[in-house]
Design a protein around this ligand. Structure first.
Ligand code: KIV
Ligand code: ZN
Length: 508
């Protein structure tokens, strides 16, 4: 059986150090639970001495998240270790992670002391941590800029003091895969008691090599990788969990190790972290970026439809995405168009395909990307493109701090006019509920956005909604100086599109 690489997730500690990414206690717990579901081995939940809030959050996670080991970070300082021990008092599976800078830059400018004193503090911190916890990790911060002999001495002595995991961090993202791999191998061959500890790596991405450096370390004996979801972390971030794990999975032939990660949970965690931190993922980010499984060129789309291994080295399903996305543009071919129409339940007879494709190209030439609703409008049977099926006749909304929000809505459809009232969590919710009762359409509201499109007091508000019914997703748009009216119009616009879609979805 392949050897196991322990995945140590530090999204809640190093990741949370990103400016603007700070998370509430509830949000941290939500992420920790999802990381547990994904089967990470160790969660670094925070830095208990940094604030009472962080201490509480680490305590809460350690009490409620039972499967992984919960780690807390501490400087090699008694009061930090005490704070961590306090957070872990009633918890069972915990790790104290203590660190001190060992490079000349850190010894001279941060600790302002000597190498001998840093070594003494490191040993003392590990010994003191061990009085509270069996599982102690020591990090020689800025190890990649530390003199090799001195680093080996610290590693040997902290293992003697009781550390079970020794981290060799590339704290400033300075090393390269070849250099780092050799360094790990040399440590393994030089430190006499190294077999008593697991070597961990913690790489920052300042030169864009954090993942490559971590993997080079794995090839040379490291057995714990510290990483974050979406690569969040100080400055340019840390090695990204999804990249490290999927590289190990996809290139088993090279790495010959395995992780315990349930990879089909990766996308969900990535989305959750984006939503809760508000830090977006760049579209071309490996594994979890919006374009990671999107194919735009006609040649690629055609190939993927024939066999997904042609331009796919891992399946979208393996990370929890339902399928490859074919972005329809003027470069797309007939095969891709036909495939998307079939997904929308529109079956085109072979003899009609050329005509439909010509129509599609006319639209695609005018737009950067052709969306489902464009296709649905294009395929509209009666030819009255864009005609709203549902028209808002009347809207009355009552809401306030002491009443249940209520909406009365009247909608015209053809010759009939229907009026309905409903309660809701808020005025928009009440309006949408009344509309759903009128139209008898049950849809999933995927997105709701509101923005001002003109300036001044009588500014027009634009609401866009995205709704889903079965396989069909459409956008709706509404504009008004009254945002509730704009919301009602947007919702009716989306439902009109769905209604039109129903008319063209005739399977033959
Ligand atoms: O980058 C680093 O060295 C760290 C340590 C505290 C492990 O985050
Ligand atoms: Zn770090």
């Amino acid at each position: 059986m392949a050897e196991k690489i322990l995945i140590f997730d530090t999204t809640l500690r190093d990741g949370e150090q990103v400016p603007g990414a700070s998370l509430t206690r509830v949000e941290k717990l939500e992420i920790a639970r999802q990381l547990e579901k994904m089967n990470v081995d160790i969660i670094e939940a925070g830095f208990p001495a940094s604030s009472p809030g962080d201490l509480e959050s680490v305590r809460e996670i350690a009490m409620l998240v039972k499967k992984p080991i919960i780690a807390g970070l501490c400087r090699a300082v008694k009061k930090d270790i005490d704070a961590c021990a306090e957070a872990f008092k009633k918890a069972k599976k915990t790790r104290i992670h203590t660190f001190i800078g060992t490079s000349p830059q850190h010894v001279k400018f941060i600790t302002r002391t000597t190498n001998e004193e840093v070594l003494r503090r490191a040993i003392e911190a590990v010994k003191y941590s061990r009085t509270f916890c069996e599982d102690v990790e020591f990090s020689a911060m800025d190890a990649t800029r530390t003199g090799f002999d001195y680093l080996c001495k610290i590693v040997e002595e902290t293992i003697k003091a009781g550390a079970r995991t020794i981290n060799i961090p590339d704290s400033v993202g300075y090393t390269t895969p070849e250099e780092y791999g050799n360094m790990i191998k040399k440590i393994m061959n030089t430190v006499p008691n190294i077999n008593k500890a697991i070597i961990a790596v913690h790489c920052h991405n300042d030169l864009g090599m954090a993942t490559a450096n971590s993997l080079a370390a794995v090839l040379n004996g490291a057995r714990q990788v510290e990483c974050t979801i979406n690569g969040l972390g100080e400055r340019a971030g840390n090695a990204s969990l999804e990249e490290v794990v999927m590289a190990i999975n996809t290139r088993k032939d090279i790495y010959k190790v395995e992780t315990g990660i349930k990879t089909d949970e990766i996308y969900k965690v990535s989305k959750m972290v984006t939503r809760l931190t508000g830090i977006p993922v760049q579209p071309n980010k490996a594994i979890v970026g919006a374009n990671a499984f999107a194919h735009a060129s006609g040649i690629h789309q055609d190939a993927i439809l024939k066999n997904e291994t042609t331009f796919g080295i891992m399946t979208p399903k393996s990370i929890g995405i339902p399928g490859h996305e074919l972005v329809l543009t003027s470069r797309s071919g007939r095969h891709a168009l036909q495939h998307r129409l079939e997904y929308l339940d529109i079956i085109i007879k072979e003899e009609n395909l050329a005509e439909v494709y010509a129509k599609f190209l006319t639209i695609a030439d005018k737009k950067k990307e052709v969306f489902d609703e464009d296709l649905l409008t294009m395929m509209q049977a009666d030819g009255k493109k864009g005609t709203d099926i549902y028209i808002l006749n009347y809207l009355f909304v009552a809401s306030g701090t002491t009443m249940i929000p209520t909406a009365t809505v009247e909608v015209k459809k053809g010759d009939s006019v229907i009026r309905q009232s409903a309660f809701g969590d808020g005025p928009v919710d009440a309006t949408f509920k009344a509309i759903s009762q009128i139209t008898k359409q049950t849809v999933i509201l995927l997105d709701y956005q509101i923005k001002s499109i003109t300036k001044g007091e009588a500014a027009q508000g634009e609401v866009t909604v995205r709704v889903k019914k079965g396989n069909t997703e459409v956008n709706g748009r509404g504009v008004s100086t009254d945002v509730i009216e704009a919301s009602a119009k947007a919702y009716l616009d989306a439902l009109s599109k769905l209604e039109r879609a129903k008319k063209v979805n005739i399977k033959k």
